[in-house]
Design a protein around this ligand. Structure first.
Ligand SMILES: [Zn+2]
Length: 338
C-alpha cells in the first residue's frame, strides 16, 4: 500500500507532550493498567501513530520486499489500522501491541521486532521461511493518540472486551484479519503500570506472563498445553536478563477479550462461526514506569517474543517441558490494587 504522509495536523490536536495520568483500572484484568494518578509518563519519546506510519514505511522500503504493510480498515476517528506481514511459511503467528492506548512501549517493541525479522540474522531467515508473522504495532491508534486505555469513539470501549459485541470498528476490522489469516499462535503485548512485587519477596515485579485469558477448562488439552509451552519459552528467555523478576498474571476467565475469543472460536460480528480456533494465545505485561529505562522495557517485550518465534521456527515449541509453569511465582498486587 502507499503510505500517507503529513500527519502533523492529526497530531497537533491530541498529542500531549507532558503526558496525562491514566485512570486507574482494576488490577486483576488482563492488560491492566494501574498507572497511579501521580505518575506522569512523558510521551515525547514514545512511538505515536505518525511514528508507526513512518516506521512501517521505512521498514517496507529497506526490507526489499520481505515486509508488506496492509490496512485492516479504519479506526473510529478514521485512522488506518495498519499491520505488517513478514515471512512466507505456513505457520501463522499473530503479534499485536497497544490494544490499550496508554500502554506505551509495546508499539516501539513491535517495530523493533519487525526490523529484526526483516534482517539477515539466521534466526530471522528461519522464521521467514517457516512462518508468516502478522505484526500489529498499534491495535488502538485512537486510544494511543489520546493516551487512554479504551477507544475514543463512539464511546470509550475497552477493545480487549469487545470481541463478543463488536461495537467498535477496530474490533470488526481486526477480527476480519484474524478470520482470514487463521493464526495458529498469538501474542499480545501489554503494560501493567506501576510494578507489584513478586509474592513472598520485596522484589519489584517487572514482567508478568499471562498464560490463560480464560479458564483452562474452556480450552482443549492441546490449547492449554500450547499456552503453557509458549509461557515457558518466554519465561526462560528472561532468565538472567538483568534484575528482571517474572511472575504469573492472576488467573482470569474473561470470554470477550480478543485472545479469549481466538481460543474459543466464538462467532464473529455477523454471527457466523470462524470454523477454526487459535491453538495458543498468551500475553505479556511489562512494567511501564521509568522514562530512563525505555530501552530496558522494550527489551522485556522483544527478548521473550523473539525467543518464542525462534522456538516455533525451529520446531522446538511443541517439545517444551511445562513442568516449571507452576513454579513461576504469583505477583502481589501492591500499588496497583486488587
Ligand atoms: Zn493492556
Amino acid at each position: 500500500m502507499r503510505m500517507r504522509h503529513g500527519f502533523a495536523a492529526i497530531l497537533s490536536g491530541v498529542l500531549c507532550l507532558t503526558g496525562l495520568p491514566a485512570t486507574a483500572d482494576p488490577g486483576h484484568q488482563p492488560g491492566g493498567p494501574c498507572i497511579q494518578d501521580n505518575q506522569n509518563v512523558s510521551l515525547s519519546s514514545v512511538a505515536n501513530y505518525a511514528d508507526v506510519v513512518q516506521g512501517l514505511d521505512r521498514i517496507v522500503r529497506t526490507s526489499k520486499g520481505l515486509v508488506t504493510v496492509h490496512n485492516a480498515g479504519r479506526s473510529g476517528e478514521g485512522r488506518d489500522l495498519l499491520y505488517a506481514t513478514v515471512g512466507h511459511g505456513p505457520d501463522v503467528f499473530w503479534l499485536q501491541a497497544r490494544i490499550h492506548g496508554n500502554e506505551l512501549h509495546s508499539t516501539e517493541s513491535a517495530l523493533q521486532m519487525l526490523d529484526h525479522l526483516a534482517s539477515g540474522d539466521p534466526d530471522a531467515r528461519l522464521i521467514r521461511e517457516r512462518m508468516t508473522v502478522i505484526v500489529i504495532p498499534m491495535y488502538n491508534p485512537d486510544g494511543a493518540e489520546a493516551n487512554i486505555r479504551q477507544s475514543t469513539t463512539p464511546a470509550r470501549v475497552d477493545l480487549n472486551r469487545d470481541w463478543e459485541n463488536f461495537a467498535q470498528p477496530e474490533s470488526r476490522a481486526w477480527y476480519a484479519v484474524w478470520a482470514a489469516k487463521r493464526p495458529r499462535l498469538a501474542l499480545d503485548l501489554h503494560h501493567m503500570g506501576t510494578a507489584p512485587v513478586v509474592n513472598g519477596t520485596d522484589e519489584l515485579n517487572q514482567f508478568q506472563i499471562g498464560v490463560r485469558p480464560i479458564d483452562p477448562s474452556r480450552m482443549t488439552a492441546a490449547q492449554w498445553l500450547t499456552n503453557r509451552q509458549m509461557s515457558m519459552v518466554s519465561v526462560k528467555a528472561l532468565d538472567g536478563f538483568g534484575q528482571t523478576h517474572v511472575a504469573r498474571y492472576p488467573d482470569i476467565d474473561i470470554t470477550n477479550a480478543v485472545f479469549s475469543r481466538m481460543l474459543l472460536g466464538g462467532p464473529g460480528p455477523d454471527g457466523s462461526r470462524p470454523g477454526f480456533t487459535t491453538q495458543g494465545a498468551i500475553f505479556y505485561e511489562v512494567r511501564s514506569v521509568g522514562q530512563k529505562s525505555n530501552g530496558y522495557l522494550e527489551r522485556l517485550f522483544t527478548v521473550p517474543a523473539m525467543a518464542l518465534l525462534t522456538s516455533v521456527a525451529r520446531g522446538e515449541l511443541s517439545g517444551t517441558d511445562v513442568s516449571g509453569v507452576d513454579a513461576v511465582p504469583r505477583a502481589t498486587q501492591g500499588p496497583c490494587g486488587v
